[in-house]
Design a binder for this molecule. Structure first.
Ligand code: PHB
Ligand code: FE
Length: 328
């Protein structure tokens, strides 16, 4: 497996823009005012820098996620949970036919380190890769400052149920977690709780919609409940999911508010499979052999239900399990 190097030489840095270049294995990464430039033994690939940083942010924050993270139709990563493949053209029919596909395997922690360093160096002051495009400054231009606060966000872990005394995770105006500009229609009323005397400190309920309406990030599923391998992840979505996610297991979506339109493609080739418009209340099972990208015209609430069982990728890949959960 290959090691990483970081340098301040290379095409983009050589132009005096102030950005470092990064290498791991035979992949080299540079950035200029507008683009990430990726070179690998079979070619050169270019991705608009705002899209690249939004994808990179998620690949880093999610530890390479479940299955495949396609930054676009050419470049991405496949998680093997301990190691990770980084590829160009691997999941693109045209690249495969022309034998222009290239893939290298890394220890996940080595690639994560390079991705973290690249994200830190290439993210300028004012640009937040997790924010909706209308709620952030720009990614472009020569290097100016950084935004470590935004890219090093820590997940909040509730020590007891959200909203009970001494819980620090309940979102409030006072803590700067205000209701998002597109969620002013979300009712903020609180459930009535009638606890038996003596249990006032133990029994609680809160308005999940009100809580989620205060999220300041987009396209970032956060685990809100976890029972064995069942993970319920709520997220707020606006504009475009920066990555195209290739599943290695079935994944369920529950559209909790508003509307998202999904492009569904074959996971290996990228051939179009379906368009799915999900309105509030709709539930969908995304098959184990597809990739998908969502479009949310207005900020919306989605619950992503993941199955964390580590045996699943192999069982789907071998054909032991059908790629869809139900036979009608
Ligand atoms: C997904 O790929 O399933 C996904 C990723 C991020 C989201 C929602 C869905 O915010
Ligand atoms: Fe997905």
């Amino acid at each position: 497996m290959s090691t990483a190097t970081i340098s301040t030489t290379g095409a983009a840095a050589g132009r005096g823009l102030g950005y470092k270049t990064f290498s791991i294995g035979k992949f080299h990464f540079g950035r200029d005012e507008y683009f990430a430039h990726i070179t690998y033994p079979k070619g050169l690939h270019i991705i608009p820098i705002d899209n690249f940083l939004r994808s990179l942010m998620r690949d880093v924050a999610w530890g390479f996620f479940y299955g495949t993270v396609n930054f676009d139709h050419v470049f991405g990563t496949v998680n093997h949970y301990g190691t990770v493949d980084m590829f160009a053209g691997l999941l693109n029919e045209g690249y495969r036919a022309a034998k222009q596909d290239y893939v290298e395997t890394f220890n996940s922690k080595d690639l994560k380190k390079v991705f973290e360093d690249m994200l830190a160096d290439w993210t300028n002051e004012g640009f937040d890769p997790f924010a909706a495009p209308d709620e952030t400054g720009k990614a472009f231009g020569p290097k100016h400052g950084n935004n470590l606060k935004a890219i090093q966000r820590e997940r909040m872990v509730a020590k007891r149920m959200v909203g009970l005394p001494n819980d620090l995770t309940y979102r409030t105006d006072a803590a700067g977690q205000t209701i998002n500009r597109q969620f002013t229609d979300v009712p903020q009323d609180k459930p009535e709780v009638h606890a038996e005397p003596g249990f006032e400190n133990e029994v609680h309920a809160f308005n999940m919609f009100a809580y989620v309406s205060r999220s300041d990030v987009t396209w970032n599923p956060s685990v809100v409940s976890c029972v064995h391998d069942s993970q319920f992840c709520s997220t707020t979505e606006e504009q475009i999911l920066p990555i195209t996610h290739g599943n290695d297991r079935v994944e369920w979506f529950i559209q909790a508010s508003d509307e998202i339109i999904w492009d569904i493609e074959d996971g290996k080739t990228g051939r179009p499979r379906a368009k799915v418009t999900m309105k509030a209340g709709d539930v969908a099972a995304m098959p184990a052999d597809i990739r998908h990208r969502g479009y949310s015209p207005k900020r919306s609430m989605l619950i992503v239900w993941e199955n964390n069982d580590g045996t699943l990728p192999q069982r789907y890949a071998s054909g032991e399990l059908t790629p869809y959960p139900v036979e009608f």
